[in-house]
Design a protein around this ligand. Structure first.
Ligand code: ATP
Ligand code: MG
Length: 327
């Protein structure tokens, strides 16, 4: 059975923003599915509609065959949700936070203690269970939030930006635990992230969303292969020409003196591109050749959204301040 079937999901917020525009996709039971896209692409809104927290303006979403709009309670009982914003209370202990969730998610009284201990143990938080959460590190807090979403043993777990703001070690731990959850319990996982390495490592399949629509979907390997050819990363100084001739390749991104060019045969293209740029008065400092990464796929399909909103860099730093604000 499919874990999620989204059909023509659309959300227009009051004020007229069309955050999600006719989006359809499937998530199979047992897979880790990633939804990627620049800031404002509509990822969180999509999650909110599937998890019954927002009503679609049109279209539908089912969770294990149950319609989210028609039977929200039944859907809620099957899922866990770790939102993008902080979902634990700093003035309570880890244990108390989990207890509230156990009650909210209808875990039977007789089972609560065992479920909470199990979740704390699984995420290595047993020793800190009775400390106030405001004294936890960022990594511990994120793990507690995931633990919290698991007290009702959901078949489907939503993680909106699970590793944002974490240091590389905590991030690695969180990623490892998400994988283990999927492997050990068969939990279907729906994750959003801005980290392409993370998506590549974690996801069986993913979709890139842009301006409210799904631009492309497939396994990370399929998506990278679909780019075809090689990526040349050219570092230059001096001004760049507005564009390069089509027969030399296509520009994936151009930022601060680093141009990435997708080209059919990298080795042959290197001297031709260098000659072309130098002929235009651009000084080429270095050229390196690599296979397309998921970052390149992302830039290809999400570029329009990024340039329309703000630069990627600006969007990223704006996002960091939103997160800080949330805390
Ligand atoms: N409650 C709301 N009311 C009005 N507009 C909203 C609301 N929530 C989101 N939006 C708008 O809808 C669009 C999609 O937002 P959404 O939060 O779904 O994007 P996202 O892909 O999750 O972005 P991010 O990567 O920054 O988390 C944006 O233009 C946003 O400003
Ligand atoms: Mg979001």
């Amino acid at each position: 059975m499919r874990a999620i079937e989204a059909r023509s999901l659309t959300k227009v917020y009051p004020g007229g923003t069309k955050a999600v525009d006719d989006v359809s996709f499937d998530v199979e039971e047992g897979e880790i599915f990633g939804l990627l896209g620049p800031n404002g692409a509509g990822k969180t809104t999509t999650i909110k509609m599937i998890t019954t927290l927002a009503r679609p303006s049109s279209g539908s979403a089912t969770v294990f065959g149950v319609d989210a709009s028609r039977s929200p309670e039944q859907v809620r009982q099957m899922l866990g949700f770790v939102p993008q914003t902080i979902s634990v209370d700093g003035d309570l202990t880890g244990y108390e936070n989990l207890l509230i969730f156990a009650k909210l998610f209808f875990v039977e009284r007789g089972q609560r203690k065992a479920r909470i201990s199990e979740a704390l143990e699984y995420f290595g938080l047993t020793e800190r269970a009775n400390d106030l959460v405001k004294h936890y590190s960022g990594g511990m807090m994120r793990r507690l939030e995931i633990a919290q979403a698991l007290v009702n043993r959901p078949r489907l777990l939503f993680l909106d930006e699970p590793s944002i703001g974490l240091d590389p070690y905590s991030r690695m731990q969180v990623i490892k635990q998400i994988k283990e959850l999927n492997q050990n319990f068969g939990t279907t996982i729906f994750v959003t992230t801005h980290d392409m390495n993370e998506a590549d490592e974690l996801c069986d399949r993913l979709a890139i969303m842009n301006l409210g629509k799904i631009a492309v979907s497939g396994s990370p390997t399929e998506l990278k292969k679909s780019m075809g050819g090689d990526v040349l990363t050219v570092t230059v100084s001096g001004g760049l020409p507005d564009s390069i001739p089509k027969e030399l390749g296509s520009t994936i991104s151009s930022e601060e003196g680093v141009v990435k060019i997708l080209t059919e045969d990298g080795e042959r293209a290197i001297p031709r591109i260098t000659d072309y740029l130098e002929g235009k008065g651009t000084l080429v400092e270095s050229v390196s050749l690599s296979r397309p990464t998921l970052d390149d796929v992302f830039m290809k399909y999400a570029k329009a959204g990024i340039t329309q909103e703000t630069s990627f860099r600006e969007a990223r730093s704006a996002r960091r301040s939103i997160v800080r604000h949330g805390r």
